[in-house]
Design a protein around this ligand. Structure first.
Ligand code: SF4
Length: 226
């Protein structure tokens, strides 16, 4: 994780200025601070994984259509949802005729739901745009090279909508969340920019200072809390 397209979808972009990129949901689900660093502070660093991921997406993103038996595949389809205030682009949507979003990912399946919320958001956009229920979609992972189907359950839909709401709240506050260091930092492409242990310490210091100020303001006059 930690991969993202970099560059083109980093800000709230649309005519009314109220839509945020779907790609931010996977960053937020992975780590709120990573989302803030990418989408608020516009920080980005390439590494081998991100370059490979971007190349994979560039290949899948080439707009176009193809037909195989009864399945029409649309590549690079633009999506938007007014309900969730999201926009983005699907790697591939297969119409058979029910729409079936397919997202290409380098590497293995993740042990978290970051990818699933991104795909579910695509389905929610398609449902709103086409007024048709979309029960499932799929990932195509590079290692091993195979499809993995995802069911858009009620729980996944709720989680996706909640994350979209949280993303808008964070965007409106323009506040990059504090680091929450953990094993996930090992897979984060921004670890050298984030410095999670140092920022966590800084956050802890700020919290400690804030607590001391609160305590001090409650102390009766003449006492020294230190
Ligand atoms: S290094 Fe860790 S805390 Fe910092 S952005 Fe990455 S995952 Fe989040």
């Amino acid at each position: 994780m930690g991969n993202h397209g970099g560059g083109s979808e980093l800000v709230r972009v649309d005519l009314d200025g109220h839509l945020l990129p779907i790609s931010g949901l996977q960053h937020l689900a992975f780590c709120p601070r990573q989302w803030g660093l990418i989408h608020l502070e516009q920080l980005w660093t390439e590494n081998r994984l991100t370059v490979e991921g971007k190349q994979l997406h560039e290949r899948a993103d080439l707009p176009g259509q193809s037909q195989r038996e009864r399945v029409r595949s649309v590549r690079g389809m633009w999506l938007r949802s007014e309900k969730l205030q999201l926009f983005g682009r699907a790697d591939v949507v297969e119409f058979s005729p029910v729409p079936y979003p397919v997202e290409y990912k380098r590497g293995k399946r993740k042990p978290n739901d970051c990818d699933a919320v991104q795909l579910c958001a695509q389905a929610l956009c398609l449902e709103e745009m086409l007024a048709i229920p979309i029960p499932r979609g799929a990932f195509f992972y590079g290692d091993p090279r195979r499809r993995l189907e995802v069911l858009f359950t009620a729980a996944l839909r709720t989680r996706t909508a909640e994350l979209a709401g949280e993303m808008h709240r964070l965007f409106d506050s323009r506040t990059t969340p504090a680091a929450q260091p953990g094993p996930h930092c090992r897979n984060c492409s921004l670890v050298d920019l984030c410095l999670p242990n140092r920022t966590d310490t800084a956050h802890a210091s700020a919290s400690w200072l804030s607590r001391q100020v609160t305590t001090l303001s409650r102390e009766p006059a003449g006492q020294d809390p230190f």
